[in-house]
Structures are given as C-alpha cells and as structure tokens.
Design a protein around this ligand. Structure first.
Ligand SMILES: [Mg+2]
Length: 175
C-alpha cells in the first residue's frame, strides 16, 4: 500500500536513529512544518537544534524537503547547519525530489523520510523507495486548510492501511 509508513512515532525523539544507521541508512530527508516544528515557530528552539545536532553526530546527512517557501527553509537549515533543503517540493509528486536527490548523488535506498502527513510526505517517500516514518503532527490547530482536507482523506486511507498492516494502522489511529 503506497501510503503505509514503515514506522509510526509520536515525535522524532522516539526514532532509534542509531539502529537505522547500523542498518545502513545514511541520509534523512525531513518535512519541516508540524514534523520538526509547528507553523507558528519562526526560529528553531535550542532543544530542537541540539536534537538535530545529535542526529548529525551519528553520521547522518540531513535535508529539509518541504512544500513551504524558501525563506522559512533557509532560516531553519542555517540554524541546524544541515546539508541542504528543497523548497516547494510539490510532495506527493516526486519529480522535483528525484531530481534534487540525483543532483546530490543520493541513493534513495539509503534514505529515511520523515513527515507528518500520509497523503503528501509518506506517499512521496514511499514513491522514492525510502524508509518512510510517520511523525505525529505537532500542532493540529495550525494546519493549513488543505491539510485539514487531507486529514479527512486520511481516514479512509488508514482503513486501507489496516487491511495491509494492522499494527501500523492501529499505531496511526492512536497518534
Ligand atoms: Mg508537515
């Protein structure tokens, strides 16, 4: 099922990045809004910067891939001091993302994708054949109107996911 994430977590703090590194993953492509930070956060907190630092120290390269604008991504990427970012990524489409990763010579089999939405993030990451992880939306109140519409679609998608993988489906429901 194209929407089924490989893992479901309540926050990035619950991801065992050391284990994933040992399994061979080397690159993280992450959504920004409501995955790492709420929309209302204009600049990352020290805690968040430290968490990203820990993940980098394991050995991962990190890239932000967001449908949001360049300015916001630039601010966060600079604060995190990460490898790069792709703005207006057009997820769940993967033409821009594929081109971006190709330019960087990144093998998508080594990629972990983090995102809070099944219909944009997880679908895109699965299309890339990366290891997709669904992270609980940080602040549902700040979601954009189109995200709320996606949320309605998600209900029927979760039903389909449960048919394929009951454990993952239940975890999504419990988020
Ligand atoms: Mg998001």
């Amino acid at each position: 099922m194209k929407y089924t994430p490989r893992e479901v977590v309540k926050s990035i703090d619950d991801i065992d990045f050391v284990k994933l590194y040992d399994e061979g993953y080397r690159i993280i492509i992450s959504d920004l809004d409501n995955t790492l930070a709420p929309y209302t956060m204009e600049y990352p907190t020290k805690d968040l910067i430290n968490r990203i630092e820990e993940i980098k120290n394991i050995g991962f390269e990190i890239y932000l891939v967001s449908n949001n604008k360049k300015k916001r991504l630039e601010i966060f990427s600079k604060a995190f001091n990460i490898n790069g970012y792709l703005e207006k990524a057009h997820k769940p489409k993967i033409n821009k993302l594929t081109k971006y990763l190709k330019e960087l010579n990144i093998n998508t089999n080594l990629v972990i994708g983090l995102g809070d939405q099944l219909v944009t993030d997880i679908l895109a990451f699965n299309r890339l054949n990366s290891y997709s992880i669904l992270v609980k939306t940080i602040d549902t109140k700040t979601q954009k109107w189109y995200t709320k519409i996606n949320r309605i679609r998600e209900k029927s998608i979760i039903r389909q996911i449960k048919k394929e993988n009951i454990e993952i489906g239940r975890k999504i429901e419990e988020l």
